[in-house]
Write a protein that binds this ligand. Structure first.
Ligand SMILES: Nc1nc2c(ncn2[C@@H]2O[C@H](COP(=O)(O)OP(=O)(O)OP(=O)(O)O)[C@@H](O)[C@H]2O)c(=O)[nH]1
Ligand SMILES: [Mg+2]
Length: 299
């Protein structure tokens, strides 16, 4: 209780919560963005690992859930499978929220990057992660969900439609300022000629009736014409989902995503960081316009 009061008195804190399906590139992004923010933008930043089965961290986390509990512990001691054990770990973290908060207050002057586990139920149905971040929001943490989806899913209409549904339900459930990302954009660019539509169709989620035509002709989806139409209508009615493409190996791409995230959670950067951004923009991006930049990077 005393800890909560102490935090309440403090100022606003900022950060991003990196979520998304298994293998979508969350941990790789956390490592890259940590170094990018720290070295190129001069932003004080720390990574918090909340994946209790994280094996290949490309960073040293300031806070690590694996000091509290691991999936392996939960599997062994409670005789659970890997999915059940991960759910249990998140419930355990929720119960031990003070363990997290105690450590967060010690790094309160840093921007936070949360690396999260890759099990979609945690973001679409289960409540623990949602409740942990809602508690932090109430304590003055301005967080943006960065939802990563592998751009491989653009290669097939049924996969893309499931990606849209997943992104929409995650946005509704997590209820934080939200940025959807199509990760591995380098591969998307390389394989653009094999796609049914141009890349901006997938990033901007343009007229989905074109996608409906392909679903209605597809060998697995042609039996479900009414269902296909209902799903397309649902996504278009909400009109919430669009994506930012991300190639973690280019500063340009990290910078474009950073701008969207900072806009979403209202991060205000200092003059030192503003100068770093201007320098990066002028040397890496040149004087090109937004649309020229996008066309040459992703088309
Ligand atoms: N080509 C390419 N590969 C990437 C990119 N980002 C990540 N990867 C690769 O994708 C694979 C999965 O990356 P991870 O960062 O482990 O994914 P994750 O979302 O943390 O995975 P889980 O924690 O298991 O859910 C690795 O082999 C990465 O090297 C990218 O921008 N381009
Ligand atoms: Mg990971």
């Amino acid at each position: 209780m005393a800890l909560v009061k102490k935090v309440r008195k403090a100022e606003s804190y900022f950060g991003q919560v990196v979520i998304g399906p298994p293998g979508s590139g969350k941990t790789t992004y956390c490592g890259k963005v940590y170094r990018f923010y720290k070295n190129k933008l001069n932003r004080k930043v720390e990574v918090v690992n909340l994946d209790p089965a994280n094996e290949n961290m490309h960073y040293s986390p300031k806070i690590d859930i694996m000091q509290l509990i691991t999936v392996e512990d939960a599997m062994k001691n409670l005789n659970l499978g890997p999915n059940g054990a991960l759910m249990y770990c998140m419930e355990y973290l929720e119960e031990n929220f003070d363990w997290l908060l105690n450590q967060l207050v010690q790094i309160k002057d840093s921007y936070l990057i949360f690396d999260m586990p890759g099990q979609v139920e945690l973001y679409t149905h289960h409540n623990s992660i949602k409740q942990i971040f809602q508690k932090l929001e109430k304590l003055g943490y301005h967080l943006c969900a960065v939802h990563m989806v592998d751009s491989h899913y653009c290669s097939d209409p049924p996969k893309f439609i499931s990606t849209l549904l997943l992104s929409l339900s995650t946005m509704m459930q997590i209820a934080l300022p939200h940025v959807n990302v199509l990760s591995k954009a380098d591969l998307l660019k390389k394989n653009a000629s094999k796609l049914d539509f141009s890349v901006d169709f997938y990033t901007d989620v343009l007229d989905l009736n074109y996608l409906l035509d392909l679903l209605d002709e597809g060998p697995f989806t042609n039996k479900y014409k009414k269902l296909n139409a209902a799903i397309i209508e649902l996504i278009q009615d909400y009109s919430l989902v669009c994506f930012i493409p991300l190639d973690v190996n280019t500063d340009k791409s990290l910078l474009e995503l950073k701008s969207a995230i900072d806009k979403a959670n209202g991060y205000i950067y200092g003059s030192g960081e503003e100068r770093s951004i201007q320098a990066l923009l002028s040397c890496a991006v040149g004087a090109r316009t937004e649309s020229e930049r996008f066309d040459s990077d992703y088309m």
